[in-house]
Design a binder for this molecule. Structure first.
Ligand code: GLN
Length: 235
């Protein structure tokens, strides 16, 4: 739960899974940094609260929130997901995103999700919308194996090493991986969905949702939001 800082501000614990650049990542000293962190910090400055960050697996975020071990999830989490809406409450959307199929740059056979075949393994990160898509493909007999892994960095490594044929993941984040290792990965086909990222809080915590929404509105009005998005997407 929340605590008080030395300045006597409420300190909210913010949980994330930091293999999701530029939203959630780590710096050279393994500090948790990213657009999500800077946005929630700026929202806190506007609304008079402090934040500290906790590193969890993506599928551990909602359980940690429900248990009261963290107060806010800031993890590029799709707020339109109906199963999640039953368990937590979300702020207004702060970013629009889409899922895409990623393959290795030299792949000439997979041009869209339709080209995946029943001999293929496809990876995604545990508990994500991408993992649900991969599981759907597996259940429909369209691929051989759903490879559901803890970190997105591991998914991308397995793709580059040829252990899996494709990864299903959020477009802006796959783009960040492409930037880190140019000429290794590309995205193919059409978007598989459209999603909206929201900050999640415990179900019924209307006060905190309102603080986050008000802060978000203010940082959009005063230019901080655009400045931070620009900074993190042009690193
Ligand atoms: N946007 C996706 C989801 O909501 C992935 C989030 C992530 O991997 N951090 O599940």
């Amino acid at each position: 739960g929340s605590d008080k800082s030395s300045s006597d501000k409420t300190v909210y614990k913010v949980g994330t899974e930091p293999t999701f650049p530029p939203f959630d990542t780590t710096d050279e000293d393994q500090n948790i940094v990213g657009l999500d962190m800077d946005l929630i910090k700026a929202i806190g400055e506007d609304q008079g609260f402090d934040v500290e960050f906790e590193n969890l697996s993506f599928d551990g975020l909602i359980p940690a929130l429900k248990a009261g071990n963290i107060d806010i999830v800031a993890a590029g989490m799709n707020k339109d997901d109906e199963d999640r809406q039953k368990e937590v409450d979300f702020s207004d959307s702060y970013y629009e995103s889409k899922l895409f199929v990623a393959v290795t740059e030299d792949n000439t056979t997979i041009k869209s999700v339709e080209d995946l075949t029943p001999d293929m393994k496809v990876a995604a990160q545990t508990g994500t919308t991408g993992a649900s898509k991969v599981q759907e493909l597996k259940d429909a007999g369209k691929i051989k194996e759903a490879v559901i892994l803890d970190g997105l960095d591991t998914c991308m490594m397995k793709l580059i090493n040829g252990d899996v044929s494709a990864v299903i993941n959020d477009k802006p984040v796959t783009e960040a991986y492409i930037k880190k290792q140019p000429d290794k990965i590309k995205m193919v086909g059409e978007a598989l969905n459209a999603e909206n990222y929201g900050f999640a809080v415990q179900k019924g915590n209307a006060e905190l949702v309102e603080k986050i929404n008000n802060g978000l509105k203010h940082i959009k009005e005063n230019g901080t939001y655009d400045k931070l998005v620009d900074e993190w997407f042009n690193k």
